[in-house]
Design a protein around this ligand. Structure first.
Ligand code: FPP
Length: 256
């Protein structure tokens, strides 16, 4: 039995590893991890417990993606709008990010995962920022899966930033206006070195994009999971991949 088969043993009734075609996996899977708060409050717990439980779900998704051979896994951890939450919750999330990253670094070594951050780290508390920077530099030589965490990320802000950079190049005479195209815009986004997501998963049944990777998901297949994020696991990831593989991706064209 291979490591992957072992990891996916004990299948529930509705899904098994054999239900997905391992030769047609999405290259980049992106996840909007939603529902931590509801998961906790529905159990009479503080919202913070939902975020703590969400870390276990993220770890399982990372491990499953590595085992499957996914090239890029990205996840929305904190949006530019999340600063509107209570100070207590924001502080807790910032501490949790730093603590989790330190605790999970051995997993990144073991699985050869390279960490990338999508977003602006400069607004983060010093310790959290430095921990992310440490994680990025420690894993920069890793050649396996890229884990791109969107932290203090907002898609519109990202596009404004790219536009300013391009306008600056034009103003300095380094770029011709006519040379601005989809590729040059993509190359000024946080995701410059990543392929666009093939599959976007959003949990908790919400039908929103929440200012997430708006440019990059132009042709992504979307899978909305009814599970709250802390309940997400390797099996739901397989269900999402199965749904993705049943889609007919035409990229605006017609079926051959
Ligand atoms: C959305 O649920 C979740 C978040 C805003 C935080 C996501 C963070 C984690 C899963 C921890 C990940 C850790 C690292 C190191 C990246 P919500 O609070 O919006 O849930 P609700 O919609 O039910 O209120």
């Amino acid at each position: 039995m291979s490591e992957l088969e072992l990891f996916y043993a004990d299948a529930p009734a509705d899904i098994a590893l054999a239900d997905v075609d391992l030769s047609r996996l999405p290259r980049h899977i992106s996840m909007i991890m939603d529902g931590n708060g509801r998961w906790a409050t529905s159990r009479g717990l503080d919202r913070s417990k939902g975020h703590v439980a969400g870390i276990d779900a993220l770890r399982d998704a990372i491990t499953a993606s590595v085992r499957l051979g996914i090239d890029v896994l990205s996840a929305y951890a904190f949006s530019t709008e999340n600063w509107k939450r209570s100070k207590v919750e924001v502080d807790l999330l910032m501490k949790l990010f730093a603590k989790t990253l330190v605790a999970e670094l051995p997993l990144f070594y073991q699985e050869n995962v390279r960490l990338e951050i999508l977003g602006d780290l400069s607004d983060l508390p010093k310790k959290t920022r430095e921990t992310f920077e440490y994680g990025i530099s420690e894993t920069s030589g890793h050649t396996g899966m890229v884990l791109a965490l969107a932290v203090n990320y907002g898609s519109r802000r990202e596009i404004v930033r790219a536009t300013r950079e391009l306008a600056g190049l034009v103003a300095q005479g380094e770029l011709d206006i006519e040379a601005i195209d989809e590729e040059s815009i993509s190359s000024h986004l946080y995701t410059a070195d990543l392929p666009d997501p093939d599959l976007l998963i959003r949990t908790s049944g919400e039908l929103r994009l929440s200012n997430y990777l708006l440019w990059q998901i132009a042709y992504s297949e979307i899978y909305v999971s009814q599970l709250l994020w802390p309940d997400f696991d390797r099996w739901e990831l397989l269900r999402a991949i199965r749904a993705y593989q049943a889609r007919d991706r035409r990229f605006g064209g017609v079926k051959a």
